[in-house]
Design a protein around this ligand. Structure first.
Ligand SMILES: C[S@@+](CC[C@H](N)C(=O)[O-])C[C@H]1O[C@@H](n2cnc3c(N)ncnc32)[C@H](O)[C@@H]1O
Length: 353
């Protein structure tokens, strides 16, 4: 027994437990507006923050101390002031900001609360339906992704597919499979007023929210939402010029069949954009990467159980490029390209029949 190794591991375990408490407190701080109140405000006393937020002084004092120990806020002991540095505020202050991470913290406590149910599933081998993760599930996913999609889809990602831009500008058609609450289809409808846009998802609640989101964005006439499993996808008319899946393929009940259906539903010369979590190909190369650790964790707690619940194979969210390439080939796609889009957590694959 290597005592030093054991002690180092013990410190790591304690750090993980500490991080779990931080996750809940970041959720709290985000929800009650503490980060927003501190962002850009410079050093402030606890009393000033209390006045600004109306938070009970005992809770506030304890939260500040915990956030200081976690390295989120800074404390000047002489002046007894607290500060959320600009370099930190950028991740929490504004949900509309591309770097906003608060969305991840909205879903994290709900995911952690599923641990007992996941433990049962480990023993029975059963899946856990998407709906079991709660009413807030679709919104948590939306909060996680919305700001990045809004900031990047049209201005940074689609320009990597010039043929798609051209077709959508000229009134082509797009289908987003597994659209969740409709962020991608709504962005497409806004950016390409002449295009026909459809979103499809198997989750009824997500489709309901997507329709409401489209109404609020004023594009309800130009985007159609279909409540249906991707397994039943049928070719429509001349086919779609763009079919996309964002973080969906590994969740599907029959990914191979869906890939074939997507291929068959493309128009001649149409493009399939597959976006999947980005991890290194070899597991050992992921060990020191916190993004990969987070993605494997979400996969184990959510993606694998929800796929199994649909009778699927439970592919990991971290299934990786090699397997994606192989699956594309087996589905009959003639071309598979990795798009040169810089993104720490998502890989972009361009597929064509
Ligand atoms: C991780 S979420 C991604 C949602 C959205 N694309 C995004 O990026 O925010 C996966 C989505 O796939 C949907 N999904 C899972 N199985 C599906 C199926 N069989 N057919 C259609 N959609 C499915 C889920 O309901 C969920 O909305």
């Amino acid at each position: 027994m290597d005592k030093a190794k054991s002690q180092a591991f013990m410190m790591k375990v304690v750090a993980d437990l500490a991080a779990a408490t931080t996750v809940s407190l970041v959720h709290v701080g985000d929800r009650v507006g503490l980060f927003r109140a501190m962002a850009g405000a410079g050093p402030m006393s606890r009393e000033a923050l209390e006045q600004r937020t109306g938070i009970h002084p005992r809770y506030l004092e304890e939260w500040l101390a915990a956030m200081f120990c976690a390295g989120y806020v800074e404390h000047d002991a002489d002046a007894d002031t607290w500060q959320l540095p600009d370099e930190h505020a950028v991740f929490f202050a504004d949900p509309g900001q591309e770097h906003y991470l608060g969305g991840l913290f909205k879903g994290a406590p709900a995911l952690a609360a599923m641990a007992p149910r996941v433990a049962e599933a480990f023993e029975t081998g059963q899946g856990i339906p998407f709906q079991a993760y709660g009413e807030a599930g679709p919104l948590a996913i939306e909060h996680m992704n919305r700001a990045v999609y809004e900031a990047r889809l049209v201005t940074h990602w689609l320009p990597a597919l010039p043929q798609v831009l051209q077709r959508l500008q000229a009134g082509g058609s797009a289908l987003d499979v597994g659209c969740g609450t409709g962020v991608i289809p709504i962005l497409l409808a806004r950016a390409f007023p002449a295009a026909r846009v459809t979103g499809l998802d198997v989750d009824a609640r997500s489709i309901e929210i997507a329709r409401e989101n489209a109404r609020q964005a004023g594009v309800q006439e130009r985007v159609q939402f279909v409540h249906q499993s991707a397994v039943a996808l049928e070719p429509q008319g001349d086919g779609y010029d763009l079919i996309s899946t964002f973080d969906v393929v590994h969740d599907l009940p029959d990914p191979d069949a869906v890939l074939r259906r997507i291929r068959d539903a493309l128009s001649p010369g149409g493009t399939y954009l597959m976006v999947e979590p980005k991890v290194a190909e070899r597991l050992q190369d992921n060990a020191a990467n916190p993004f990969a650790r987070m993605l494997y964790g979400i996969s184990c707690l959510h993606c694998v159980p929800t796929s199994l619940a649909q009778g699927g194979p439970g592919w990991s969210a971290c299934w990786g490029e090699t397997r994606a390439r192989l699956a594309a080939q087996e589905a009959g796609f003639g071309s598979f390209k990795v798009l040169p889009i810089r993104n720490p957590t998502q890989a972009f694959f361009e597929l064509a029949a």
